[in-house]
Ligand binder design. Structure first.
Ligand SMILES: [Zn+2]
Length: 230
């Protein structure tokens, strides 16, 4: 799972409420729940929020990290709202149900230190950006030293891609691991396969990935051979 997947649900102990895609009926009061309504599953029975005793909570859509964290902190009772994503075949977090006074208190606090938090965010993103630039430059340098015949721009493009790929998974401190010979070879190979062979066209035509790889293996080897000479 990648870093950008913070919407994937790992609710743990939280009460989970489903935003439904298909109409349902509350097992207790019989009310009809239309698409988009919220329900809680209790012992495999769907319950409307009223019957689940959650109807006094208010919905806070996801997106504002500080507001979410504070609302949850001040809310004695809260629930995570999830919805099934057909595209990604998993439940995704839509927001929280929290107590109205908790949300109000959180909103007040967030307004109070908004400027401070904006500065902290900007500083953090600047630090990340610099680390990224350093990482890309180092990676490109390594590629050029192993593949001196690599055309200008290719090494940077490969390094940019590797940076994106590793930045979420490996902590920046252990990012050096990505610089080992094998990682560099894999990154260069992948680039050559996609950019300098028919590989992508094969895939687009629905050809099996393994088959497509072996079909272009010779071509990839030739390009690598050329690039490894100055
Ligand atoms: Zn009900």
């Amino acid at each position: 799972m990648q870093a950008g997947d913070s919407n994937a649900v790992d609710a743990g102990e939280d009460i989970v409420v489903f935003s439904i895609l298909k109409p349902s009926v509350c097992a207790e009061c019989g009310v009809e729940l239309s698409k988009g309504a919220l329900l809680r599953m209790e012992q495999e029975k769907p319950l409307c929020l009223e019957c689940a005793d959650l109807d006094h909570l208010v919905f806070l859509p996801r997106g504002d990290t500080a507001l979410t964290r504070r609302s949850r902190k001040y809310s004695a009772l809260s629930a995570v709202v999830v919805q099934f994503s057909r595209a990604r075949r998993r439940y995704e977090r839509q927001g929280l149900l929290v107590e109205a006074p908790a949300l109000e208190r959180a909103e007040k606090e967030c307004l109070g230190d908004e400027a401070q938090r904006r500065i902290a965010r900007e500083r953090a993103s600047l630090v990340r950006e610099r680390a990224d630039m350093r990482y890309v430059a180092q990676f490109a340098e390594q590629i050029r030293s192993r593949y001196p015949g690599c055309p200008p721009g290719e090494a940077e493009a490969i390094a940019q891609h590797a940076c994106k790929k590793y930045s979420g998974r490996v902590g920046r401190s252990s990012g050096a691991r990505a610089f080992d010979a094998q990682a560099i070879e894999l990154a260069v190979k992948a680039r050559v396969r996609h950019e300098h062979t028919e590989y992508d066209r094969f895939l687009a035509r629905g050809r099996d990935r393994t088959e497509a790889r072996s079909a272009v293996a010779r071509k990839v080897a030739d390009v690598l051979e050329r690039w490894s000479k100055a």
